[in-house]
Design a binder for this molecule. Structure first.
Ligand code: SAH
Length: 349
């Protein structure tokens, strides 16, 4: 029989956890044991990354999507959703406002929308870089030529979640694609020199603790610079509309164990975590997370970037979101980083 204390002692000595041990940790349910796991993750975060919390500003510039991911409200089949596209100038105005407010990373995210050509995206990247911000792109699976040209234009990071490491489940959730393709793209992005972001969803229908343990080991194997871990939230206009949502508790456990195995990877307290429960992001920051992504999409579009319902920060203005984030960070006795928040290996080169 496995004993919690033994696993923790062993982890402290080696920095390692076996698959079996991860499964055991994710299965913890007693509040004091779960609390101990989250506190350990918080300690590891403090030791390796200190009190810095990085704020990223995300602009969701289009909700058009050619894909049919069965959990996502933006999926092609959802005819109820009003679609929007931000004009490139509007994107740049929004980015400029964010940089002026002090954001040092701009994340550009959208559905898979080929209306924006590779050259258009490359121009956007170059223009935002010129403003003095780091650029993260999160535009899904794209041809390798696109990834190459955006890197050449100055993009620093790419966020492409593998969502689940279970091949079969991946296939069920993404009818037109395969896990192998995602992983190939992740390898390609890494080889191009992007700082690599990926991650999973927690509580997907059919997902087991064993499968979540595999997700964590995959994040380690990919030696991610950033890992986004958020609860699955059922969207009523999708085939999974009636499924049960992922819980905050399990998401925090996955986040914490990921922190143990990836001590220097940037881990956001995700918007999805803040949506499943009001204090979700605070809890995330206390369970290993060191990043907050704030939604800078103009308010008139924000509700339309409807990947899941009841998204946190649906109507607050950027300035207000930033102040709230700063207050939260302050309350936790942490500090908002003034740097770019690049991958740690780059920051300390
Ligand atoms: N098209 C881009 C961005 C997708 S949206 C891409 O493919 O990478 C960004 C993330 O939102 C996804 O990676 C997924 O993890 C998350 N997401 C989408 N629908 C969700 C849902 N119903 N519940 C929770 N997270 C969801």
């Amino acid at each position: 029989m496995m004993v919690l204390q033994e696993i923790i002692n062993n982890y402290r000595a080696t920095g390692e956890l076996s698959h079996e041990e991860i499964v055991f940790l994710l299965g913890l349910e007693k509040p004091d044991e779960v609390g101990g796991l989250l506190a350990l993750a918080n300690e590891v975060r403090e030791k390796h990354l200190g009190p810095d919390v990085h704020l990223r500003g995300i602009i969701e510039f289009s909700n058009h999507c050619v894909r049919r991911c069965v959990y996502c409200g933006l999926c092609y089949g959802n005819r109820e959703l009003k679609r929007y596209r931000m004009h490139p100038y509007e994107i740049l105005d929004t980015a400029a406002g964010a940089v002026e407010m002090g954001f040092r990373t701009i994340v550009l995210q959208s559905g898979e929308d080929f209306h924006y050509t590779n050259d258009m995206i490359a121009c956007l990247v170059a223009a935002v870089k010129k403003m003095g911000a780091a650029v993260t792109l999160s535009l899904g699976d794209r041809p390798q030529a696109a990834y190459t040209s955006w890197k050449a234009a100055g993009a620093d990071r790419y966020l492409l979640k593998f969502e689940t490491s279970d091949t079969l489940l991946y296939r069920q959730l993404h009818p037109e694609s395969t896990l192998a393709r995602r992983l190939k793209n992740l390898t390609y992005l890494r080889d191009l020199g992007y700082q690599l972001g990926s991650g999973n969803m927690v509580g997907l229908p059919g997902q087991t603790i064993t499968s979540l343990a595999n997700d964590i080991l995959l994040m380690k194997e990919l030696s991610l610079d950033m890992a986004g871990i958020g609860p699955f939230l059922p969207h009523p206009a999708t085939p999974l509309g009636k499924a049960r949502a992922g819980t905050m508790e399990m998401t925090l456990k996955v986040l914490a164990v990921t922190r143990l195995l990836l001590p220097r990877t940037h881990l956001p307290a995700t918007t999805a975590l803040g949506s499943v429960q009001e204090d979700g992001r605070r809890a995330g920051l206390l369970a290993g997370a060191n990043v907050l992504m704030l939604n800078l999409t103009p308010v008139k579009y924000r509700a339309l970037y409807d990947i899941y319902p009841a998204k946190a920060e649906a109507t607050s203005k950027p300035q207000q979101l930033k102040e709230e984030a700063e207050k939260l960070v302050d309350e936790l006795g942490r500090r908002v980083s003034s740097g770019y928040g690049h991958a740690v290996k780059i920051e300390y080169q």
